[in-house]
Unconditional design. Structure first.
Lengths: 417, 86
């Protein structure tokens, strides 16, 4: 049974000097076989395992993680939860995911510090304004908020935005407001799903890198080879972000994915000065302020494929220059940390949640900005793995679309180049 | 600073270059004559190794040449740079 967290339990455990807290998840022995193996204890992997157990009654599920739980891209993103996409296929999925995030603290009994923030796009060119206007028309059809505001209102809502005036290189011409957007605590999301999955019988095995996928003579998946020995399963669900193809190619499966390094950095903590997520698509920078007061800043991805997780000097300089163009006062801020994460992006910029040519092998990949998609991604991927047929929300995101050149083009609605 | 070797200009700063996507080899002479699967793979499935890839880069703020570059995705080392137009 999961130990419930509440204000009352906090007081009760304080009285007993915090000696009564139980571990949030177990560390069981690795068995020889399971019904389902999920590779990757990140946001998507843990959410998938949770939904496999909760919605589909599977009680023999193991999550295999090469490093530590929640140490991959779920710890490396900029925690922006939003649903301003372009296509009829995408918007309902992300609307659902944003809505699921809003109830997740209660569902998982774990304080995710979910904070509805509103995201404002700062528009500096007319082509971008037209593009966002087009996105607004599609979003209107699916109940996602997107509304244009003028420059005066934009500056009222973001007082720190003092650059981009009439004399500047790219004067600000409008703002687009997405009130559904939110930020929350990334570690808490990973830990909450891990704890909830564990309480329903899911085993989580850290420090268990999968080195190879194993196939039986009939071609179907039979398990995986790990650094701790072979583990058998008839179903293997890959949720590893950037290294998807590294794994699937061990089973002879190539996928329409490229891996790219995406970087971010944070400033020293300062007093609250920014209560919205600011995105500046024309110059390639976005930022928000965390509850701790740090400014969380992201820019364009590295040019070209990369499996590194460092920050390129040129990307860092471009992002900082763009930031200071609009927020000149930030030049006095010290930067504390910088990091990268490798994400894979599909040919059309949309995610892949799919069965594969290898029976029993399932992939969830192509998550450019996959943090926002964790709740709905986990729910729908679990549905696919358990029932072998796609949940209606992700039916357009199968690999079959590439065969018939039926792309769901979302290129350009993320920071992807 | 990351230097990219242009076959015409020598080592130049990467800010002079624009990334032009993976080099996908020779285009099939007659797409209509090959299987749909081979065609869609040619269009959408790039090599994605932890290791060497071949890419197209445009020396936009230099000599203007399109350069084919063999680069390592784990180390970012550039092993070869050539101008395929000869």
């Amino acid at each position: 049974m999961m130990q419930r967290y509440s204000g009352f339990s906090l007081i009760r455990h304080a009285i007993s000097r915090h000696r009564g807290w139980r571990r949030a998840w177990r560390s069981p022995e690795l068995a020889e076989s399971y019904d389902v193996l999920v590779i990757g204890a990140g946001g998507h992997g843990l959410a998938t395992a949770y939904h496999l157990a909760r919605d589909h009654g599977l009680n023999s599920v193991a999550v295999l993680e090469r490093g530590w739980l929640g140490g991959g891209n779920v710890a490396r993103n900029t925690v922006t939860v939003r649903s301003n996409y372009l296509r009829d296929e995408s918007i309902p999925f992300f609307v659902r995911s944003v809505a699921m995030f809003e109830g997740l603290t209660r569902d998982l009994n774990f304080n995710l510090m979910h904070s509805k923030r509103t995201m404002i796009d700062v528009v500096q060119t007319y082509p971008k304004l037209r593009e966002l206007r087009r996105r607004q028309l599609f979003m209107d059809l699916h109940g996602a908020s997107y509304e244009r505001i003028g420059v005066k209102e934009l500056r009222r809502r973001i007082p720190a935005l003092t650059g981009g005036g009439p004399e500047s290189r790219l004067p600000i011409i409008a703002g687009m407001v997405h009130t559904d957007a939110a930020v929350n605590r990334h570690d808490a999301v990973a830990w909450a799903y891990a704890r909830a999955a564990d309480s329903r019988g899911v085993e989580i095995h850290e420090n268990t890198p999968v080195t190879r996928l194993l196939r039986s003579p009939d071609g179907s998946i039979s398990g995986v080879e790990t650094a701790r020995g072979e583990v058998r399963a008839r179903k293997v669900a890959v949720a590893v972000s950037g290294h998807t193809t590294t794994l699937t190619e061990t089973a002879g499966l190539k996928l329409p994915l490229r891996t790219i390094n995406l970087t971010a950095f944070v400033s020293e903590p300062v007093k609250p000065l920014l209560d919205v997520v600011v995105n500046c698509p024309d110059i390639g920078v976005y930022l928000s302020q965390s509850d701790k007061g740090e400014l969380v800043i992201g820019g364009a991805p590295d040019p070209g494929q990369s499996f590194r997780r460092d920050i390129r000097q040129s990307v860092f300089e471009d992002t900082t220059a763009a930031l200071l163009e609009l927020f000149p006062a930030f030049r006095t801020l010290k930067l504390l940390r910088q990091w990268g994460g490798h994400v894979d992006i599909a040919h059309d910029g949309s995610p892949i949640i799919s069965t594969t040519d290898v029976p029993g092998l399932y992939v969830t990949a192509g998550w450019w900005g996959g943090y926002k998609a964790i709740p709905a991604g986990g729910m729908t991927f679990a549905h696919l793995v358990a029932r072998n047929e796609p949940h209606p929300l992700i039916a357009p995101f199968g690999l079959a679309r590439f065969r018939r050149l039926g792309f769901v083009v979302e290129t350009g609605t993320t920071t992807a180049r | 600073m990351h230097l990219i070797r242009c076959p015409h200009c020598g080592h130049r700063d990467e800010s002079e270059f624009v990334y032009g996507g993976p080099f996908s080899g020779a285009r099939p002479d007659d797409p209509g004559a090959i299987q749909d699967e081979a065609w869609s793979n040619y269009l959408t499935v790039p090599d994605n190794p932890v290791g060497p890839v071949v890419e197209c880069w445009w020396h936009a703020n230099g000599c203007g040449a399109w350069v084919t570059i063999a680069r390592d995705t784990a180390t970012h080392d550039i092993r070869e740079a050539r101008d395929d137009r000869g």
